[in-house]
Design a binder for this molecule. Sequence first.
Ligand SMILES: Cc1cc2nc3c(=O)[nH]c(=O)nc-3n(C[C@H](O)[C@H](O)[C@H](O)COP(=O)(O)O)c2cc1C
Length: 370
Amino acid sequence: MKKNYSVQSLFQPFTLGSITLSNRIVMAPMTRAFSPDGVPGKDVLEYYKRRAEKGVGLIVTEGTVINHLAAAANPNVPYFHGDKALNGWAKIVDAVHEAGGRIIPQLWHVGTQRIVGQLPNRESLPIGPSGVNAEGIKVNEPMTEQEIEVVVGAYAQAAADAKRLGFDGIELHGAHGYLIDQFFWEQTNRRTDHYGGDFIARTRFAVEIIKACRLAVGPDFPIVFRFSQWKRRPFTAKLVETPEQLAQFLLPLVEAGVDVFHCSTRRFWEPEFEGSSLNLAGWTKKLTGKPTITVGSVGLDEEFIRFFAEGKGARNVNIDGLIERLEREEFDLVAVGRALLVDPAWVDKIRNGCVEELIPFTHEASKILY
Ligand SMILES: Cc1cc2nc3c(=O)[nH]c(=O)nc-3n(C[C@H](O)[C@H](O)[C@H](O)COP(=O)(O)O)c2cc1C
């Protein structure tokens, strides 16, 4: 693999509300499940600190769950509530800042992707807009308006806590078929009240969360919103079919107070709609005027679902296609997942042209906090 392009554009600073990022590289949120009883400890701290020391511009933490009994589907996923977990996060924030980095938590509720009886909190039933999972199987009653209010409040509390602990912003996980996305998607949102209906009405839950978070953190604290067309089940799902629909879908989220959209795709080079080479981040930036983060197989030759489905690794490949798009300002920031999971020094190696030293992603890597 030869380096035959300039990476200068990746290393330009970027201002996000009240903070400045030293470069355009974002660590993508990646669930690692190394936090027993929901508490991130020293090994998790060192893991994030290494990425900050080695030049990642912005770390988005792994999904960390809000204060709701059915928010998590794994007892080793970190909580974003309770003194123990929040103290763990406070230390991580300090360590990342001392290393010159920036960090935001990804706030998460799995909704009906939680399996009935799963730890933690076995007795808590999964919740979702219509109480059905991605296959349409009923696992609970539809959420009541009161339950919705409680969950919205839990997001706002998490946002307030993020600010209090010194985080540089928050990311709301509105992607991949989890709770917020379950409201977006017609298959899982069959409501006939004002939380359901067309795809604009289906943004109402997200809008309430964004507004409540904005109220909790004030105007200058960055709110990043992650969304995707695809769902974990099925990958082929789509929220919108045309640029016009995408614009209509995004507008309420913009008006509610999103600062940056994190547009989750599996391969960043894939056009989102026919007739243009723009990807989802490209279209989102064009349609909203908001900064966007692209993601999906940056520097790797296999997309990540093949890792989940088949345990497949990936080889390192050059990033000139990415650089060309960044230079055309199709998006502002670039999130890197597996390449950074396996190699804490990925950013430094790219900056210094040491591409021969990049470490390939393997299935084994997912079991270790490098
Ligand atoms: C081990 C692993 C865990 C992940 N966990 C999350 C998560 O908690 N939240 C999320 O939004 N995406 C998650 N993702 C998706 C990544 O953020 C990213 O979008 C995806 O890996 C594509 O980027 P990549 O091709 O650079 O790996 C995860 C991916 C991997 C590989």
